[in-house]
Design a protein around this ligand. Structure first.
Ligand code: DWN
Length: 411
């Protein structure tokens, strides 16, 4: 179920240098039912490395995707911030790339159809592709046609014949989940109409390293991109970058716009400056990653000490957001149900379950005011603003928030 890789996923060189061993951790979306709490949980190695040849940061141990994605509990509609980001991507795509009601828009990793609904609402033809059977069913119920499968060049050939070329293909937070990036981009080339654009968004390595967002590193995310490896990948395929933006979602992401090379669209000039900034910061050197690993170890100590001190003073502590990243944070920092009483989360599929590895019960958000914990650790720190805005009554009554990254801070 776990395969160790020796060569880089992009450049195929055996130049991978591990810089952060996070240990053996259960799958971050492997929430547990009460009746299974006593069973032994499977743990999987989580080790991350830099390819010193092309610069791609990547996991060394690859878990079988069926283990992670066949039945998936994460849905994007639990966050206004994420839904607003989807709305922005859809409106940008419609305005910039002349998407009309005759156009086809495909979303790879379409989840419950949330992103496509912003196209569908304008009468545009849509098609989702997602391996999670439960989510594909939900999307279909919403009227979003969804192919329940993993994207591949083989599937793309079938879909291209049946549906024609897509004017826009989107992929938000999914490129990092895909093992064979060359096959993904072949699928995109096959599915795109000649004047089509592929818009993909994923967390940006520079933000991850600068802001110590180590908990974004987990079994589902195989690759952590910066500009140099992205350009290396594009040099091997028939797609090129026509625009690139830094966006604020998930602590800092890249939104990349790709089109077919044969189109000869004007190339983007921002990319060279971004690559230079990465070099100046030190993304080309393993020392930068080693000192990131030192900062991560400090966060582990600081967070555990802070929570244990509060608990020893009789304070009650909850967490907010049973996020995948939260489960990495809690497991790596060895914070379990002795320190955290419960986690509040608005996802119906997570409520009533327990967190993997740490066995903390997950309750609806209404339990925050019901139980009034003295402190709340915001495990979904990427949505800290949205959560703080939502829980103004909690702070008005004296409750305090703790943020784990970039440094442990009590607000
Ligand atoms: O890439 C991925 C991202 C996009 O989504 C996946 N591999 C898995 C998942 O990662 P995550 O679980 O870390 O994502 P989020 O979006 O950071 O999760 C936030 C969690 O917090 C969700 O469970 C919903 C919850 N939440 C809440 O209960 N109330 C979030 C907000 C904003 C809220 O107000």
């Amino acid at each position: 179920m776990v395969k160790k890789i020796k060569a880089c996923r992009i450049c195929n060189k055996e130049a991978l240098v591990q810089f952060l061993p996070l240990g053996r951790i259960p799958l971050p979306n492997g929430f547990i039912e009460h009746k299974n709490l006593k069973k032994i949980e499977a743990r999987y190695p989580l080790n991350v490395a830099l390819c010193t040849h092309c610069g791609l940061v990547q996991l060394l141990d690859i878990v079988d995707p069926e283990e992670m994605f066949h039945n998936y509990v994460y849905i994007p509609s639990t966050s206004k911030t994420r839904m607003n980001n989807f709305a922005e991507i859809a409106s940008q795509a419609r305005q910039r790339f002349a998407v009309t009601t005759d156009s086809l828009v495909i979303d790879i990793g379409s989840n419950d159809g949330s992103l496509l609904s912003f196209f569908k609402g304008h009468g545009i033809k849509t098609l989702g592709i997602d391996p999670a059977e439960n989510l594909a069913k939900i999307a279909e119920l919403k009227g979003i046609e969804t192919v329940n499968d993993y994207v591949s060049a083989r599937l793309a050939r079938k879909l291209r014949k049946a549906k024609g070329g897509a004017k826009v293909i989107t992929a938000t937070n999914v490129v990092a989940h895909i093992k064979d990036l060359h096959d993904l981009l072949s699928a995109v080339e096959i599915l795109l109409a000649d004047d089509g654009v592929f818009i993909c968004e994923f967390p940006y390595l520079l933000d991850l390293i600068q802001n110590n967002q180590f908990d974004t590193i987990y079994h589902e995310h195989l690759s952590y991109f910066s500009i140099k490896p992205l350009l290396n990948l594009l040099s091997q395929v028939e797609l090129e970058c026509i625009d690139i933006e830094r966006t604020a979602i998930d602590g800092g992401s890249l939104r990349v716009f790709l089109a077919k090379k044969k189109n000869k669209r004007p190339l983007n000039s921002k990319i060279a400056a971004m690559q230079k900034a990465e070099l100046v910061y030190g993304l080309g050197s393993i020392e930068t990653f080693n000192s990131f690993a030192d900062r991560v170890r400090k966060i582990r100590t600081d967070l555990h000490t802070t929570l244990a001190d509060l608990k020893s003073k009789g304070k009650t502590i909850a967490a907010y957001g049973a996020a995948a990243k939260g489960n990495i944070l809690l497991n790596y920092c060895k914070i379990g149900n002795r320190l955290i009483d419960f986690i509040a989360d608005s996802t119906p599929y997570k409520q009533g379950l327990y967190t993997p590895g740490t066995h903390i019960p997950i309750y609806p958000e209404s339990e925050i005011l019901g139980r009034m914990p003295d402190y709340i650790l915001i495990t979904a720190w990427n949505f800290a603003k949205e959560i703080k805005d939502k829980e103004k009554k909690y702070t008005a009554q004296g409750g305090k928030f703790i943020i784990p990254v970039p440094a442990v801070t009590i607000l």
